[in-house]
Ligand binder design. Structure first.
Ligand code: NAP
Length: 242
């Protein structure tokens, strides 16, 4: 029997990451979710993943802390022996006009949304290189392509992830590892719950905010089905930025 695939979804306890984890589990993948502090949400998600037949577990670590990440990756490899799919999804916002943005708010967003991609992907890419297979998704944003006033820190981090995706796709292609980015528009999660939804919907051609499942289906497609797609940035935004 072929081994089941193993996925790590960072920030997989809530929102978009949770939906990605569930979609992969439903497709027969064993899923490890990571979270920062909300253990209750993480444990609930693990129960839902297990109900789908996934040998799931949750691991608390801060994706912006290299030592914590390396310890966690070592534990994953010890338990699961392989990592086939990595979804770099954990992210935060600290919005504000740039002239008033504190250095701390700049650094927190760059560390959590961009430097984390180095900390998590570096050790996992070595595992994938040894396996000679793998699929990596970086959760970018339309803000990283088009910029967004009030999000200089976040737009910078997400644009960085897009450059990272393209460079790594070229570097790892010969080892049968694909690297793609997903750029969500406005998706209904805790991150967007305080935004003026009616005004936003007005601007979206499909006339609704996205659901986490809209992103999850794209992630499942890119990681499991799209065997000839690499280095791409797929917008999932209801047509917001056509
Ligand atoms: P969310 O609902 O706020 O969930 C964030 C997740 O990330 C939670 O699981 C959280 O864990 C985890 N997390 C946060 N900081 C972390 C850290 N330092 N280390 C480990 N885990 C951490 O966010 P979301 O809306 O689903 O967004 C997911 C991703 O999509 C982010 O990268 C975001 O930038 C991107 N995105 C979202 C939208 C949108 O409209 N929602 C649009 C474009 C892009 P805890 O629960 O333990 O804190």
């Amino acid at each position: 029997m072929e081994n089941k695939k193993v996925a790590l979804v960072t920030g997989g306890s809530r929102g978009i990451g949770k939906a990605c984890a569930l979609e992969l589990a439903a497709a027969g993948v064993d899923v490890i979710i990571n979270y920062a502090g909300n253990a209750e949400a993480a444990n609930k998600t693990v129960e839902e993943l297990k109900a789908l037949g996934s040998d799931a577990c949750a691991m608390r670590f801060d994706v912006s802390n290299q030592q914590e990440v390396e310890a966690a990756v070592a534990q994953i490899v010890e338990k699961y022996k392989r990592i086939d799919i990595l979804v770099n999804n954990a992210g935060i916002t600290r919005d504000g006009l740039f002239m008033r943005m504190s250095a701390q708010n700049w650094l927190d967003v760059i560390n959590t949304n961009l430097n984390s991609a180095y900390y998590v992907t570096n050790p996992i890419s070595k595992i994938m290189i040894k396996q000679r297979s793998g699929a990596i998704i970086n959760m970018a944003s339309i803000s990283g392509i088009y910029g967004n006033a009030g999000q200089a820190n976040y737009s910078t981090a997400k644009a960085g992830l897009i450059g990272f995706t393209k460079a790594l796709a070229k570097e790892l292609a010969s080892r049968n590892i694909r690297v793609n980015a997903v750029a969500p528009g406005f998706i209904q999660t805790d991150m967007t719950k305080d935004l003026p939804q009616e005004q936003i919907v007005d601007k979206i051609p499909l006339k609704r905010l996205g659901e986490p499942e809209d992103i999850a289906k794209t992630v499942k497609f890119l990681t499991l089905d799209a065997t000839y797609i690499t280095g791409q940035v797929i917008g999932v935004d209801g047509g917001l930025v056509i």
